[in-house]
Design a protein around this ligand. Structure first.
Ligand SMILES: [Zn+2]
Length: 318
């Protein structure tokens, strides 16, 4: 059973929301677009791996995008799969055409045919995550759970080359489609020890959401974020409110609910709450009662004490 499904990570959500709201001349515009592309590529790769892991969903407990904290240090696991016998940690990698893994120097070199780039050695990264995960289990009185890890390549076209010990790589690095069989092979040699669902629930209870101030990293200030309702068809910012509709000034497309995305962008990029005045500024409308109606429609909760609206923690409006 899959008890935690992957959502678009918050830093990527923020990048996707902020980029159309910046002037193309913004100082770090190209760097923001580059980071968005990279994060999207990683996210899509993780979803590819999810497809294969979900083939085992009826036999075990799966958690995607697990973010845990132990001994004051947080760590992120792309997927955790628990059977009655062991836990399997999966690191997804969306590498380019060719990857060279050097088991002696612990180096990872990516090549697209023209340029070579060195990146973190994925096995060391996965080994460290395994140690952190074992610390987590020990802290929750589950020290006897065997833990295995895999580095899964999401692009079936990636060619793996090894320099050094092939055997070290062959059992740890694989393409996504091989994962179910590799997990079952290990599992079949072990004995039942615990209830995977209970273990999964313990992990789920401790899971947080990974986030960081990505806008600050690129020097995006609130004043750089262009207000306005975005056209769902052409992306133009600044749809005009006509009777019961939003109308795009650029492509003349009409929308009844384009404001939902704008309010969501505000909550994601500017503040976790919104006032009626801020809503009017950001949506470029003048009517106070229209703003109230819109905020209600977005299922926001009114906080009388501070005269502002906020999202219910378990509710997203996108
Ligand atoms: Zn438009």
């Amino acid at each position: 059973m899959n008890i935690r499904t992957r959502q678009v990570p918050l830093p990527l959500q923020k990048l996707q929301a902020v980029i159309p709201r910046l002037q193309p001349g913004f100082q770090n515009y190209a760097a923001l677009c580059y980071e968005e592309r990279n994060r999207l590529r990683g996210f899509e790769g993780e979803k590819e791996i999810d497809y294969y892991l979900n083939l085992l969903a009826n036999r075990c407990t799966i958690l995607q995008d697990v973010y845990l904290k132990v001994n004051g240090k947080s760590f992120q696991l792309d997927s955790v799969l628990a059977t009655r016998r062991a836990c399997y940690l999966i690191e997804s990698k969306n590498y380019s055409k060719r990857v060279l893994l050097d088991t002696v120097l612990k180096q990872c070199i990516l090549s697209n045919g023209k340029v070579e780039t060195g990146v973190n050695y994925p096995i060391t990264q996965a080994e460290n995550h395994k140690i952190q995960f074992e610390n987590f289990l020990a802290k929750h009185n589950l020290p006897d759970v065997p833990v295995y890890f895999f580095v899964a390549l999401s692009d079936p076209g990636t060619i793996i080359e090894v320099k050094g010990d092939d055997q070290e790589i062959v059992n740890k690095v694989t393409h996504g489609e091989q994962l179910p069989k590799m997990i079952l092979d290990i599992d079949s040699k072990l004995e039942d020890r615990f209830q995977d669902y209970k273990l999964g629930k313990t992990i789920l209870r401790e899971c947080g959401e990974f986030d960081f101030d990505i806008l600050n990293k690129y020097g995006v200030k609130t004043t750089d974020i262009m207000p306005g309702v975005q056209c769902p068809k052409c992306g133009h910012i600044g749809m005009a409110r006509t009777y019961a509709y939003w109308e795009c000034q650029s492509c003349k497309c009409r929308s009844k609910n384009a404001h939902v995305k704008a309010v969501s962008d505000y909550l994601l990029l500017i503040n976790p709450y919104i006032t009626n005045k801020e809503c009017r500024r950001f949506l470029r409308i003048t009517s106070k009662s229209l703003a109230t109606r819109i905020l209600k429609e977005c299922n926001l909760i009114y906080q009388k004490q501070h005269k502002r609206w906020y999202q219910h923690p378990s509710h997203t409006i996108t």
